[in-house]
Design a protein around this ligand. Structure first.
Ligand SMILES: Nc1ncnc2c1ncn2[C@@H]1O[C@H](COP(=O)(O)OP(=O)(O)OP(=O)(O)O)[C@@H](O)[C@H]1O
Ligand SMILES: [Mg+2]
Length: 225
């Protein structure tokens, strides 16, 4: 389990001669086993914030702590290895590998990380059962519905038992029934595995699942409730 803290995050993007300030002093405490939504209009900084907490990108200024360890100064290699060990991702467009089966997609993160040598069958089958897609394990992504694909992505994000799963608009490509279903599974994983989930959304239905909603506007937190 993990406590995450960000302090005074600033993120500037340079576009030609112009500097775009995507985050403008964001401070945030994410307690262990949280289930938190980031909401806000397009361009408010949701993806930028998720990417920095997920160690996919670095802030221009400010600090990022995992369990009081300040990882802000980590170089790219150390950050990559920290990310690979501790953070899971779920993407809006699922990002499954089309030529791999459901089982192989979920196993994939273990295959590319030398820390997980040996036989993965038990772990993979267990997580497939938890998210309710064990029967689909030999199918290819193109043989699945959107909701089923996103469940594969959830299983893949959880297979390494990460401290935190970050999901950038995980339901944006799903109809409302599938969106609800995917949120219910994420919530159940949060309860059962104590994994922290931090997700962004525009969708009120999705926000209603969160125990806390962080509202961003112009790179600042304007409300937390
Ligand atoms: N790589 C980049 N280069 C330049 N500007 C960027 C880059 N990424 C994001 N921005 C800018 O930073 C601001 C925040 O973008 P971000 O993608 O975090 O918003 P968002 O809240 O996720 O929006 P959306 O709801 O549309 O996904 C925007 O003004 C955007 O144009
Ligand atoms: Mg975004």
């Amino acid at each position: 389990m993990v406590n995450i803290r960000v302090e005074d995050l600033i993120k500037d993007y340079k576009v030609g001669d112009i500097t775009v300030r995507a985050l403008n002093g964001v401070s945030l405490d994410i307690k262990e086993s949280s289930f938190i939504s980031i909401a806000g209009p397009s361009g408010s900084g949701k993806t930028t914030l998720l990417n920095i907490i997920g160690c996919l990108d670095k802030s221009t200024n400010g600090d990022l702590f995992f369990n009081d360890k300040n990882i802000t100064g980590y170089d790219d290699n150390r950050l990559t290895s920290f990310r690979n060990d501790n953070i899971g991702f779920i993407f809006q467009d699922f990002n499954l590998i089309p030529v791999l089966t459901v089982y192989e997609n979920v196993e994939f993160p273990l295959c590319i990380n030398p820390k997980f040598k040996g036989n993965h069958k038990k772990n993979v089958e267990e997580i497939l059962k938890m998210v309710g897609i064990f029967e689909l394990k030999d199918r290819l992504p193109k043989e699945l519905s959107g909701g089923q694909k996103q469940r594969v992505a959830i299983a893949r994000a959880l297979i390494k038992k990460p401290l935190i799963v970050l999901a950038d608009e995980p339901t944006a490509n799903l109809d409302s029934d599938n969106a609800k279903n995917v949120m219910e599974i994420m919530k159940q994983m949060n309860r059962d595995l104590k994994t922290t989930f931090l997700f962004s959304t525009h969708d009120k239905l999705v926000m209603d699942f969160a125990e806390k909603i962080i509202h961003l506007r112009d790179g600042k937190i304007v409300e937390e409730n």
